[in-house]
Design a protein around this ligand. Sequence first.
Ligand SMILES: *[C@@H]1O[C@H](CO)[C@@H](O)[C@H](O)[C@H]1NC(C)=O
Ligand SMILES: *[C@@H]1O[C@H](CO)[C@@H](O)[C@H](O)[C@H]1NC(C)=O
Ligand SMILES: *[C@@H]1O[C@H](CO)[C@@H](O)[C@H](O)[C@H]1NC(C)=O
Length: 219
Amino acid sequence: MASCPDRCCLYDTQQIIRQRRLISLAILLLVAALSAFLTISLAVTPRLNATIDDARLNTFTFTFTSSYLTYNLSLAVTVTNPNKAIGISHTAPLVAVLAFHDRRLLRNSSTLVLVGEGYQQRPGKARRVVVVPAVEGRMSGGLLGAAAEEEFRRQNATGVFEVDLLLSGEIKNYPLVIVRKREVGARCALRLQIAPPGPEVVVFHQVNCEPAKPDNMFF
Ligand SMILES: *[C@@H]1O[C@H](CO)[C@@H](O)[C@H](O)[C@H]1NC(C)=O
Ligand SMILES: *[C@@H]1O[C@H](CO)[C@@H](O)[C@H](O)[C@H]1NC(C)=O
Ligand SMILES: *[C@@H]1O[C@H](CO)[C@@H](O)[C@H](O)[C@H]1NC(C)=O
């Protein structure tokens, strides 16, 4: 423009270039943030880890005359969110049941809620420690089945009982990600001897629970 002094034109041009740079930078940042969001959302599956930190088998006896298995077990379970990038939120209670020889011990008396619905665990090592003073109950031999009864005799002779704690729940990732919800399950295989009565401490080596299909647990 002929009427515009050179100084002014130069200033305008510089302004325009600066603005364009800012806009490109903003777009670049937006794209970077969006791809990070998508990568985390799609690549990171919500997961949980569980360990049994302590277990004490107070009672595990089968009375053949009345055909009843009586059990009493105390436990300490730790549930963690292993992901460093995302948090998890429990969309259903994380429940646990005891099983012996793949037979779930009575449902009503033995379903434990380890983590309530809505509980959130931040990224990183967010731990939830649950101490269960006693999971106890009686199960009739009829429900247990002949194979499990036979297995009881075998294990009773060795003095070591193999009892599984089965966990099942449902979690989703959160926040600032595309929500992915999934069912989760785990099997914690315990090998326990009957603890002596009284307060005597029994040495227990931590057990890592293995991922398992939650569907497999409803037998
Ligand atoms: C289960 O064991 C604990 C610890 O020994 C005991 O305090 C509790 O009374 C037991 N429960 C039953 C029903 O025997
Ligand atoms: C579990 O349910 C059965 C049958 O519904 C009942 O007989 C039993 O008393 C219940 N046990 C407990 C501990 O609630
Ligand atoms: C289990 O083992 C104990 C001790 O070894 C024994 O006294 C008991 O009779 C056994 N019970 C069964 C049902 O085999």
